[in-house]
Write a protein that binds this ligand. Structure first.
Ligand SMILES: *Cc1c(COP(=O)(O)O)cnc(C)c1O
Length: 274
């Protein structure tokens, strides 16, 4: 039996990762993260090739993204649509650089996502699915999507409640420009590894259950879970995509409440929530 129950979170590093200012820094950080991915895989007998590393470049300036590109990154994750769209527009010269939008989307921004993104990981309503599909059809494009699930039970987190996901999935096949790949979650942000792990187990079990009843042609094998502070635990529980920002690019200058605004916070202006 592999011993995984003791893998700690690394949330104690949060906000402390040094800024990556050169292509060598980025190469080294990417290599370190890949090594951590490989050892987590080894603990549970998984092939490291079954885990995709999605570097998350949110808040970082274009210059850092260009260094990441030089270091070999071809898909970058961003959680705010407007910011991602601006970066895409100004980096058109890097024709093979693709974009994954990993944050909550308001219906009125679906048109932007349909224009430039190749992946959207935070689908959580039929309204957004409908808007994305309509704009994608108009653009003659399609999009890989993940359904975001709230596995922590925190009222502040986006995502569908686990019990609502099966019914939601059944309604997605009509949106033919959306290729539903799997599920995404943000775990509880806690140093208590067992509570974090429980979120990941919940997502995997939900995916396994959904695979039994998934609409024809929908594969639903992807599990996007884990970030700088907890991706090893996520991999031990079956993550196929890990979204890693700080451990690659360095700490962000603003507190996380800025990037993960709570959906119930009336103080948060629209321009900040998206
Ligand atoms: C910022 C972000 C991440 C990455 O977090 P890090 O702590 O920088 O690794 C992962 N997922 C989502 C949805 C994010 O917004």
């Amino acid at each position: 039996m592999p011993m995984t129950s003791e893998t700690p979170t690394r949330h104690d590093q949060h906000g402390l990762y040094p800024e990556a200012g050169t292509v060598e820094d980025l190469r080294r950080n990417l290599a370190t993260v890949q090594e951590r991915i490989a050892s987590a895989c080894q603990r549970v007998g998984r092939d490291p090739a079954s885990v995709r590393l999605l570097p998350v470049s949110k808040t970082k300036p274009q210059a850092s993204l260009r260094l990441a590109y030089a270091a070999g990154c071809r898909l970058l994750g961003e959680n705010k649509v407007q910011e991602a769209f601006g970066k895409w527009e100004s980096m058109q010269d890097l024709a093979d650089l693709r974009w994954s939008v990993i944050g909550h989307l308001q219906t009125n921004k679906a048109r932007l996502v349909a224009r430039f993104a190749s992946e959207f990981q935070a689908l959580d309503s039929l309204r957004v699915a409908e808007a994305l599909d309509r704009h994608l059809q108009a653009e003659g494009r399609s999009l890989d999507v993940f359904v975001q699930v709230n596995t922590s039970g925190e009222a502040s987190k986006y995502g569908l409640n686990p019990e609502d996901v099966p019914g939601f999935i059944q309604q997605l096949p009509v949106f033919s420009a959306l290729r539903v790949r799997g599920l995404m979650t943000l775990a509880l942000f806690s140093a208590e590894a067992e509570r974090v792990r429980r979120c990941f187990i919940l997502l995997r079990e939900l995916r396994d259950q959904l695979q039994q009843s998934a609409p024809a042609g929908m594969e639903l094998d992807a599990l996007s879970m884990g970030m700088s502070g907890d991706f090893e635990i996520a991999i031990e529980e079956g993550a196929t995509v890990v979204r890693v920002g700080q451990a690659i690019f360095g700490a962000r200058p603003l507190p996380d409440s800025y990037y993960w605004p709570t959906r119930s916070d009336p103080q948060t202006p629209e321009s900040v929530t998206d």
